[in-house]
Design a protein around this ligand. Structure first.
Ligand code: SF4
Ligand code: MG
Length: 327
């Protein structure tokens, strides 16, 4: 299995208070040292509560925002590194841009209301390929049809469509230039429940037809568990547990993952599940707790948790958990 994306110790900090001499600066540590890899043609689900840094991480991987530290390696090419000398050139990056795309959460906000569907979907095609006008129009029509929209929609405008249709158009726009790797940022969170599964099925279908690899960001464990091959659970800017989706859902090891899963509604009344209630609220990403960052809310906290940040423990050779309980 080929690795398409490697992320090494990725960080994104936002300075919030500049004091004299720059030495007392404080930061919002939105993404605070994340490492993982994604295999080609798979779906990695990134799950965690809102504000845990999921979206920031997705944008930092695609270089839509500049990371603070770490490395991002796409198809063996270093697309971000603090050491600029080891990165690929700007022109190489421009070529790769088309291969890496994002699908956004809110189809209402992400489609320009003044533009026709044709111009929305063909924008990227114009930039990345040398095609005639007719060829561009044909390509836009094809991808819209692949996304379940009639080509007649091209002369219309975003407000004329429902939320689900708009998300189909948003997906068509992102996939119009044949990307290989797509970060999907809660693509169904703004939609009615009845529409969500249609969009998820469309995304699975497109993945097969177009040979895509997804990072799928969600706050909803129910969506992620059935849709993804692997899951990374994020808490306060860091991954706390990472591995095959089935295993993590059936047998979560990290106390935070256990709590998240215990809050997912049961599939049937006799499914056994104990509800774990977390105490306290998520700490600020400015003052991250010492040691284990989950220690202020963890039911199993002990002294070492407050002193030492847990390292990744490898379990069953295919999953990693960051918790002192598993030494
Ligand atoms: Fe809880 Fe300690 Fe594990 Fe952190 S390291 S999750 S505080 S048991
Ligand atoms: Mg978000």
């Amino acid at each position: 299995e080929k690795i398409i994306l490697e992320v090494e110790n990725l960080k994104k900090y936002y300075p919030i208070r500049k004091k004299a001499f720059g030495k007392t600066e404080e930061y919002v540590k939105s993404v605070d040292g994340i490492s993982f890899s994604v295999k080609e043609n798979t779906i990695l689900g990134v799950v965690g509560e809102s504000g845990c840094g999921k979206s920031t991480m997705g944008k930092a991987i695609l270089n839509l925002i500049e990371p603070t530290d770490g490395r991002v390696i796409y198809n063996g090419k270093i697309i971000y590194s603090n050491d600029k000398k080891e990165c690929i050139s700007k022109s190489e990056m421009t070529k790769l841009r088309g291969e890496m795309q994002m699908i956004f959460q809110d189809p209402y906000a992400s489609l320009d209301p003044r533009k026709s569907i044709e111009s929305i979907v063909s924008e990227g095609i114009k930039k990345h390929r040398n095609l005639t006008k007719d060829e561009i129009r044909e390509k836009a029509a094809e991808i819209l049809e692949l996304c379940g929209m009639d080509r007649a929609c091209m002369v219309r405008y975003p407000h004329e469509f429902s939320g689900g249709q708009r998300q189909r158009i948003g997906i068509a726009r992102s996939l119009a230039i044949n990307p290989k790797f797509v970060v999907c940022d809660e693509p169904t969170a703004a939609l009615d429940v009845s529409i969500q599964s249609q969009i998820l099925n469309l995304m699975l279908d497109l993945k097969e037809k177009m040979g895509l690899t997804y990072i799928f960001i969600s706050h909803n464990f129910n969506v992620v568990k059935s849709f993804c091959d692997e899951i990374a659970v994020m808490y306060l800017g860091k991954i706390v547990e990472y591995g095959p989706a089935e295993k993590i859902y059936k047998n979560p090891k990290h106390p935070y993952t256990q709590a998240l899963i215990s809050s997912v509604p049961r599939n049937s009344p006799d499914e056994k599940k104990e509800r774990i209630r977390l105490t306290g609220s998520i700490p600020s990403a400015v003052e991250i707790p010492a040691g284990c960052r989950f220690s202020t809310r963890c039911p199993y906290v002990s002294d070492i948790c407050r002193q030492k940040e847990p390292e990744g423990m490898n379990l069953d050779n295919d999953r990693t958990v960051y918790c002192h309980l598993y030494k």
